[in-house]
Design a protein around this ligand. Structure first.
Ligand code: 5CA
Ligand code: ZN
Length: 409
């Protein structure tokens, strides 16, 4: 699949710093030392509805990771998937009487437009589940042949008990896992499973549903977790730096992914840091396609909201916080954008050398974007109240805000 165009990332004066970030698996901050090529896998959308502010907030967090690494002059090898075949997509297509392929294509195209407008840097590899099937099948066959997976009425399940490290990503107890498994795509109540938590690796073809040749597995379609493992291992290999997604992916998705990879390679963890963004709510409840309480990025754009203001609204919240989208959040962001634009539109201003370092310091400290915004606010206030004689300063601020925060002033 093709991704979307990259906006240019200006080079900044001084030196970038290494990222310290919260890892769910150890529940602590880790300082990543990626080497010359940093490797990150971010779970992509299931394209059955338009990009909402919750998605955008999560992709914003991982865009900051990429920008921090680029600032250290590293290359970034960023991979993202599109879950372009899965139950919710097929159900929505059925409900609306449309072709599931057309639905996935339409919503993926809109996601690309939204990401481009928000200046999210694209992944180097953007891979759909369907195109990954030829790589998924041999992995499932290997898991089955090694005894880490078993068959149940034609479907293939992964046995969580085959992984001695199972549970180390989300660190939840079995009861909590069972509840979340039922809520998030699992089938803990299906009879005949070895362990209620065992997730499906390969679903045998169902009447009226799309299916693909699965070699010795028979016709069917892939399970959700193995999709991301296959794509990540194919394009990044084991031990990459960050696997990212919203906090609702810690269990079961990233837990099961780590387990699949452990069973395949004998290694744990698949990612050095498991990074999870908080959930954005609307009217007191998590924004979710299934509930329908959504604010779409594309709708805001159509209403004439500057994408830079949407981006500032996301950045005003720490990525790990759960927060609520309100009109006030957007109004504050629009006002901030106006203040910043006025401040950089002057020919000179107060020195911005310290500001670049403050933004770097904030972002490398677990992506503390609100602190970075506060630093820019202080420079803008100084500019407004006292001005300054540094002719390069407004340009440095514009470039810093663009390169590190993805906001075009
Ligand atoms: N295709 C899978 C990942 S492989 C999936 O979870 N797709 S999704 O479309 O449901 O979500 C895409 C990303 O947005 C995930 O990282 C998810 O955790 C995140 N996300 C979904 N809803 C919210 C929300 N309300 N707030 C923040 N992030 C969210
Ligand atoms: Zn995923």
């Amino acid at each position: 699949m093709h991704a979307w165009p990259a906006s240019e990332v200006p080079a900044l004066p001084g030196k970038g710093r290494d990222l310290r970030i919260h890892d769910t698996a150890t529940d602590g901050l880790v300082t990543l030392d990626p080497g010359p090529v940093a490797r990150i896998y971010v779970c992509g959308i299931t394209p059955y509805d338009a990009t909402h502010i919750g998605h955008a907030a999560t992709y914003n967090a991982f865009d900051l990771v990429q920008r921090v690494w680029l600032d250290t002059k590293r290359q970034v090898h960023y991979v993202q998937n599109v879950t372009d075949v899965d139950d919710p997509l097929l159900e929505r297509a059925q409900r609306d009487g449309i072709d599931w392929v057309a639905l996935a294509e339409k919503e993926t195209a809109l996601f690309r437009e939204d990401m481009t407008a928000l200046r999210m840097l694209p992944p180097r590899h953007y891979i759909g589940a369907v195109e990954a099937i030829p790589g998924i099948v041999p992995l499932v066959e290997r898991l089955r042949d090694s005894g880490a997976a078993y068959e149940l009425e034609g479907d293939i399940y992964f046995s969580v008990e085959s992984d001695p490290d199972f549970g180390k990503v989300s660190r939840l107890d079995a009861a909590a896992m069972r509840v979340l498994s039922a809520e998030r795509g699992g089938d803990p109540d299906r009879a005949g499973k070895k362990n209620p938590l065992d997730p499906m690796l390969w679903m045998a073809a169902r009447e009226g549903e799309p299916s693909w040749d699965g070699g010795s597995l028979g016709r069917g379609r892939p399970g959700w977790h193995i999709e991301c493992v296959a794509i990540a291992l194919d394009h990044l290999g084991m031990g990459f730096d960050v696997q990212g997604g919203g906090s609702d992916l810690a269990f079961p998705h990233h837990e099961m992914g780590a387990s699949h990879a452990q069973a395949l390679t004998g290694e744990f963890p698949m990612a050095k840091a498991y990074v999870h963004a908080g959930m954005v709510a609307l009217h007191g409840e998590k924004m979710s396609k299934s509930k329908g309480n959504l604010v779409f990025v594309s709708k805001l754009r159509r209403d004439g909201v500057d994408p830079a203001a949407i981006r500032l609204a996301l950045l005003a919240h720490h990525y790990r916080a759960d927060w609520e989208w309100t009109d006030q959040v957007l109004e504050d962001a629009v006002a901030r954008l106006d203040r910043w634009r006025a401040a950089v539109s002057r020919p000179d201003g107060p020195s911005a050398e310290a500001l670049v370092e403050e933004i770097r310091e904030a972002l490398t400290n677990d992506l503390d974007a609100p602190t970075a915004l506060a630093a820019v606010d202080r420079w803008a206030v100084l500019q407004q109240e006292q001005g300054g004689t540094d002719e390069g300063a407004p340009g440095v601020v514009t470039r810093s805000v663009d390169a590190l925060l993805g906001v075009a002033l």
